[in-house]
Design a protein around this ligand. Structure first.
Ligand code: 5GP
Ligand code: ZN
Length: 114
C-alpha cells in the first residue's frame, strides 16, 4: 500500500525511531507522544485495523501481542504498568488505517478514554 503512512515507514521511505523489529512486526516511537513511553506496534503486512488482522491472520495477530510485551519490557514499563490500545475505525479514534497498537506508559494513566 504505497499510499499508507505506516507501510511507507516499513519500507524506510519515511524515517521512524525504531524500538523493536522482527520479520513480522515493527515497533517505533509515536511522533506525538502522550506519555513518556509511547510506541506503536504494527504488523508489516498491511491490514486496515485489528478486526481485519484478527480475521485474516491469527498468527500475525499473536505476533503483534508478543511484540507489545517485548516493547513493554524493553521500555521498562512491563513491571510498572502500561496501556496497550487499538483505536479502530473513525469512531474509535483511528486516524492511520494500518492496524497498530499504542503502547503507552511511564506515567500514571487515568481511566479516561478521551
Ligand atoms: P491512531 O489515531 O490512528 O490510533 O494513531 C495514529 C498515531 O500515529 C498517532 O498517535 C500519531 O501521532 C502517529 N503518527 C502519525 N504520523 C506519524 C509519523 O509520521 N510517524 C510516527 N512515528 N507516528 C506518526
Ligand atoms: Zn499500511
Amino acid at each position: 500500500m504505497s499510499d499508507c503512512l505506516f507501510c511507507r515507514i516499513i519500507a524506510s521511505e519515511i524515517p521512524a525511531s525504531i524500538v523493536y523489529e522482527t520479520d513480522l512486526v515493527l515497533a517505533f516511537r509515536d511522533i506525538n507522544p502522550v506519555a513518556p513511553v509511547h510506541v506503536l506496534v504494527i504488523p508489516k503486512q498491511h491490514y486496515t485495523d485489528i478486526v481485519e488482522l484478527a480475521d485474516a491472520d491469527q498468527a500475525l495477530a499473536a505476533a503483534v501481542m508478543g511484540a507489545i510485551a517485548e516493547v513493554a519490557r524493553l521500555e521498562g514499563v512491563a513491571e510498572t504498568g502500561f496501556r496497550a490500545s487499538f483505536n479502530t475505525g473513525a469512531g474509535g479514534g483511528q486516524t492511520v488505517f494500518h492496524a497498530h497498537a499504542h503502547v503507552m506508559g511511564g506515567r500514571r494513566l487515568s481511566l479516561s478514554l478521551g
